[in-house]
Design a protein around this ligand. Structure first.
Ligand code: XBP
Ligand code: MG
Length: 255
């Protein structure tokens, strides 16, 4: 039985990465740096999850000679803090909308008593801003377990965010389905034992997604799950994914 849906945020609830990229570039400008992350570079940098980790990776790999007065760690913290302010500001102005099918699936789940959770590497403030500007000010409370940003030691592709959410839900991984848009997210969920529906996003459409239960363009896209064709990702499809992953019950074996 499906008991919970665990949503990723960036790229999954919404195509937010262009807003993140813009916020990073505005932060560089504000700090007097001539760095500019264009789309091809950002595609590379996205392999490292988490804004602070991404910026640190950029400094080490692309700006090895850069020296910050107070040290790299505090520089990264300051630039990222400004970036978060810009990102939440832009989101508050309506810079991102929900991807197709997200609101529908959340509504279906709530009506059926399926529990909702979030496992993301993005900052809690960013998540609150996105949910507030798309689903309304109370939206965060629809999600029973939320793991965001620095609340785990290791970000995706490590399983920590998923393990944290499963602990809070007090559910076995196989009774949940994760909705993810990237290989990093897929690997994180699979490493925690959670089956995954991948909704490809702007920056991840060409990733391989080996180990996903199903890969679609978005939740309103049709596809095929084994022999079963479907018109959209709904609760019936998620139930089927969970049933396929669980050992058959004794009654089913006797039949
Ligand atoms: C995708 C990410 C995030 C954002 C940046 O997260 O890698 O780190 O790009 O967010 P998700 P912060 O798991 O939601 O797809 O700057 O707040 O870290
Ligand atoms: Mg994502």
């Amino acid at each position: 039985m499906l008991e919970a849906i665990i949503f990723d945020v960036d790229g999954t609830l919404s195509e937010t990465e262009e807003v993140h990229r813009r916020a990073f570039n505005e932060a560089f400008l504000a700090f007097g740096l001539e760095w500019r992350w264009d789309r091809p570079l950002y595609r590379e940098l996205l392999k490292v999850t988490g804004g602070k980790e991404r910026l640190t990776h950029y400094l080490r790999s692309y700006r090895p000679d850069f020296v910050a007065d107070g040290g790299l760690a505090s520089f990264v913290r300051d630039v990222h803090g400004y970036k978060t302010e810009r990102y939440t500001g832009l989101i508050g102005e309506g810079a991102a909308e929900l991807r197709p099918g997200i609101e529908r699936l959340i509504g279906e789940a709530r009506a059926a008593g399926i529990r909702l959770a979030i496992a993301t590497t993005t900052t809690m403030a960013n998540l609150a801003a996105l949910l507030g500007s798309t689903l309304g000010p109370e939206a965060l409370w629809m999600f029973e377990a939320v793991c965001a940003g620095d609340s785990v030691l290791s970000k995706k592709p490590a399983p920590d965010a998923y393990l944290d959410v499963l602990k809070h839900l007090d559910l076995p991984a196989v009774r949940c389905v994760a909705i993810e848009d990237s290989e990093n997210g897929l690997w994180a969920a699979r490493a925690a034992g959670v089956p995954v529906v991948v909704t490809r996003s702007g920056y991840t459409w060409n990733e391989a997604f080996e180990g996903a239960a199903v890969v679609v363009d978005n939740l309103d896209s049709g596809g095929q799950l084994g022999e079963l064709p479907f018109q959209r990702i709904d609760l019936a499809i998620l139930q089927r994914i969970v049933a396929d992953g669980e050992p058959p019950s004794e009654a089913a074996v006797r039949r």
